[in-house]
Design a protein around this ligand. Structure first.
Ligand code: KDO
Length: 335
């Protein structure tokens, strides 16, 4: 009788311990704030690798507090749908482009215009100064997401399937130039003189290979990382857009963080951008030789002709009508 009582209580204690053991890790995981990240970037590109820097930085500064989940290749959300997913509460972080922002904050289209931002240093000064502060305030209010840092995506160049003599925008007439699928992007392609064709980033390689498009535009480190050089013959160094993306967190996630966590997440985003920016600039400075070795023709067009045509296309467009008075001058005067 006594023995069976002892046995029963031992069994009960053991099962309680087993239950507790199974439950504890769940509880710990539940206490961690999940930060889902989605980006179309390919693993070998700097703005994909930077997310590992973000994760490592947070794991160090806030051990056990966040569960950072990185999803590359647009495997979680389609390119361009990330801001809406963040606003709905289905995604916590992403890198959003000026083109994504311009859809909801029209004056942001100034940063989708070719030949406005001069170089990566100018870009950082503009976004880390008063212009960035004002513009990001509108983003927080109108998009329900908060930009945390500015990532230099690189300087966009034209990359063609078949080589041709391109000196001025007129030489791109009829060229089916792939652009990401929004009207702001298509306008840029048109301003360059081409026939813009919308296509998601993940479909560009095949489009170039099969000839459904004649070319695409992207910064050179991306042309390497996504292997577009395998299916194209020419790079035309138009330097038409010093492109930026912004590491952004949903307001919902940000508001759920403690002040200390917000500060750590912001610091991690800044470390990630810095890693990207330094490596990308270093690579851009020496990457042309790589393409030459791969057999690509690398040509420099008449940059003044491109600059004049693109700037006048924007100045005469509806986009420019919503740019606050004096903004372009303020951007130009940022040194
Ligand atoms: C592209 O689709 O060409 C683009 O460069 C647009 C950027 O805004 C960004 O989405 C980028 O693709 C992806 O991150 C893939 O590099």
């Amino acid at each position: 009788m006594k023995n069976s009582l002892i046995r029963r209580s031992l069994v009960a204690t053991a099962s309680a311990l087993v239950l507790l053991g199974a439950w504890l890790p769940v509880a710990q995981a539940q206490n961690k704030m999940v930060l889902r990240i989605s980006t179309p970037a390919v693993p070998d590109d700097w703005h994909a690798k930077m997310w590992t820097v973000f994760k490592d930085s947070l794991d160090k500064s806030a051990p056990g507090e966040f569960d950072v989940q990185i999803n590359l290749n647009a495997s979680l959300f389609k390119q361009g749908t990330e801001p809406a997913a963040m606003a709905r509460g289905n995604l916590e972080l992403s890198s959003i482009s000026a083109f994504d922002i311009a859809k909801l904050v029209p004056e942001f289209s100034v940063f989708t215009a070719g030949y406005i931002v001069r170089d990566p240093d100018h870009q950082q000064k503009v976004f880390n100064g008063p212009i960035g502060t004002e513009m990001f305030k509108s983003v927080v209010e109108k998009m329900d997401v908060r930009p945390l840092s500015t990532v230099y995506l690189g300087t966009r160049q034209v990359n063609l399937r078949e080589a041709r003599n391109v000196k001025t925008p007129a030489d791109l007439k009829g060229v089916k130039l792939r652009m990401p699928g929004s009207k702001e992007w298509l306008f840029l392609g048109e301003a360059l003189g081409a026939t813009p064709t919308p296509l998601a980033f993940g479909e560009v390689y095949l489009g170039l290979k099969t000839g459904t498009i004649d070319g695409q535009d992207n910064p050179l480190p991306t042309v390497r990382a996504a292997k577009f050089y395998e299916v194209t013959k020419q790079l035309v160094l138009t330097n038409h857009l010093v492109d930026g993306i912004f590491i952004a967190v949903s307001n919902k996630a940000y508001n759920a963080m403690t002040p200390a966590q917000r500060q750590k997440v912001t610091a991690a985003a800044q470390a990630a951008s810095q890693y990207n920016n330094e490596n990308r600039m270093k690579e851009e400075a020496q990457i042309v030789d790589f393409f030459k070795q791969q057999g690509l023709q690398v040509s420099t067009p008449d940059l003044d002709a491109f600059r004049k045509a693109v700037q006048s296309a924007y100045q005469n467009s509806d986009y420019a009508k919503v740019w606050p008075k004096g903004l372009v001058e303020r951007i130009n005067n940022t040194k």
